[in-house]
Design a protein around this ligand. Structure first.
Ligand code: C5P
Length: 238
């Protein structure tokens, strides 16, 4: 059972290291897990990762890798050499890519702790309409997520990223040891931003999420620390 304070992952979607550090110091002692995404990593790479580590935090490196199997494998080699707690790839990169990614993480972690390797299913900013009309995927969102999660499991991934709305189904299909990380989480009353398939933190955890990823409702709050405390308390009951 994951303690409530480790379930919450704050998305450190900051424009600079200074802003990231400001959030880290405001959230110190309340939040332990941080997600470094493309914005901060592209600008500051391992400095951003080390900043979180210096604050004693765990790191989910949200690279969402989607490329040919060899390139993804070689990239994960570099990730393993630096060491993070969770790293992800896109399941839409296909079965061979996922298998190569799994192999690379196992091979290149050496004596170090292996990062958990998880696969993004369908982005939480995508609706049924995006899927059918833009991407020409005929399946219902839920069925597409379940299909991709099943493929990720067969390829040996540790888990997936999906919306809280599909979490219970993925949990049922992939079992209790499969890691489920859900963004698209919004405390009641907060702005959706570009997120479409959303639920509250409580319902995400109740549905079976191991970790919930929350960015703007915490980082853009007038008091980020209070916002994080409220969320941690709300999910502690489950
Ligand atoms: O600010 P917000 O709470 O919407 O942040 C959610 C974070 O989770 C963003 O960094 C976004 O890139 C990420 N994410 C997502 N949907 C996915 C995978 C990751 O929103 N399927």
């Amino acid at each position: 059972m994951i303690p409530a304070e480790e379930r919450l992952i704050v998305a450190l979607d900051a424009p600079s290291l200074e802003v990231a550090e400001k959030w880290l110091s405001e959230l110190k002692g309340v939040v332990h897990f941080y997600k470094i995404g493309l914005e901060l990593f592209t600008a500051h790479s391992w400095k951003a990762v080390n900043l979180v580590k210096n604050y004693g935090g765990s790191v989910f490196l949200d690279l969402k890798l989607h490329d040919i199997p060899n390139t993804v494998g070689r990239t994960l080699k570099a990730v393993c050499e630096h060491g993070v707690d969770i790293v992800n790839i896109h399941t839409l990169g296909g079965f061979e890519m996922m298998k190569m990614a799994r192999q690379a993480v196992a091979e290149y972690s050496g004596g170090r702790k292996q990062p958990k390797l998880i696969g993004v299913t369908v982005l939480t900013s995508h609706s049924q309409e995006t899927l059918s009309k833009e991407l020409c995927i005929k399946k219902k969102v839920k069925d597409e997520v379940l299909h991709l999660a099943g493929m990720a499991k067969r390829a040996g991934l540790d888990g997936v990223v999906c919306s809280p709305q599909e979490t219970a189904w993925v949990r049922k299909k992939c079992g209790k040891d499969f890691l489920i990380v859900t963004p698209g989480v919004r405390p009641a009353g907060s702005a959706l931003g570009d997120q479409k398939r959303v639920e509250t933190p409580e319902s995400a955890v109740k549905a079976g999420a191991d970790h919930i990823v929350i960015g703007r409702p915490i980082t853009q709050a007038s008091n980020p620390r209070e916002a994080a405390v409220r969320i941690t308390q709300a999910i502690a009951a489950f």
